[in-house]
Write a protein that binds this ligand. Structure first.
Ligand code: HEM
Length: 208
């Protein structure tokens, strides 16, 4: 398993361990490890073509998920600070895909259920937490493939220097939402999100 950078570890140590957060970490640990092991982002044989396929598959999941969230939140708009699709499109262009190719990419239809705010918190835990791993992955991809934010690696560093602030803000909102009445629902949604994402990446042919 890839270790967190020291700054990310101290960030998590500072976050007060809200019980829903502990539940989420415990419940998703095995799924996280399994995905980490199957995603070839840190595989020694990863090349530019393989990396581009992974970013295409990420696009195919994030676009419908973002729409799903926007639809749920209507008439409130989703938090624009956490919008990630522009970074994926920028990366796909940098990796050589045309607009027509991007628009023709397959999109996932088997998404996690999103009917309550508890579901939304569970889904967001997974998608926001992935930005922490992104901080580790972007360094690996830069060293191995020479890809940085301008040349196809923007998504892995989607929040840049704001990563810590946004993660802490999410943990604060999660802690405020923490309640035994709906914590199981949050956890179920997070597990479903990991499962849907892994299954989509598998169907896209990018997993080991
Ligand atoms: C090769 C792929 C991956 C690697 C190497 C990786 C690595 C990491 C690392 C180092 C952390 C920080 C742990 C910490 O600060 O204690 C982390 C956190 C996290 N990652 Fe990943 N990750 C990967 C893929 C993913 C994916 C694809 C997802 C979900 C879509 C994901 C979801 C999460 C979540 C939810 C957390 C937050 C855990 C928490 O602090 O509660 N990761 N990951």
């Amino acid at each position: 398993m890839v270790e967190a950078t020291p700054e990310l570890s101290s960030l998590n140590a500072c976050a007060s361990p809200a019980s829903v957060l502990q539940m989420l970490r415990t419940a998703t640990a095995v799924q996280h490890r399994a995905l980490e092991a199957r995603l070839p982002l840190i595989h020694p044989n990863l090349d530019r073509t393989g990396y581009a396929s992974i970013i295409q598959a990420y696009y195919g999941f994030h676009v419908p998920l973002q729409r799903h969230i926007a639809h749920f939140l209507t008439p409130r708009s989703p938090d624009p600070e956490r919008y990630k699709i522009a970074a994926l499109i920028k990366d796909l262009h940098a990796l050589g895909l045309s607009d027509a190719h991007i628009q023709a990419l397959p999109l996932c239809t088997a998404l996690p259920t999103l009917e309550t705010h508890a579901h939304l918190f569970g889904i967001m835990y997974v998608m926001e937490g992935a930005t922490l791993g992104g901080q580790v992955l972007r360094r690996i991809i830069a060293a191995k493939l020479g890809i940085d934010a301008q040349s196809g690696g923007e998504f892995l560093d989607v929040y840049g220097r704001e990563t810590g602030r946004l993660w802490k803000a999410f943990l604060k909102a999660l802690a405020e939402f923490d309640h035994p009445r709906h914590n199981d629902e949050v956890v179920d949604a997070a597990c479903a999100t990991f499962a849907c994402f892994e299954s989509w990446l598998d169907r896209s042919g990018v997993l080991l």
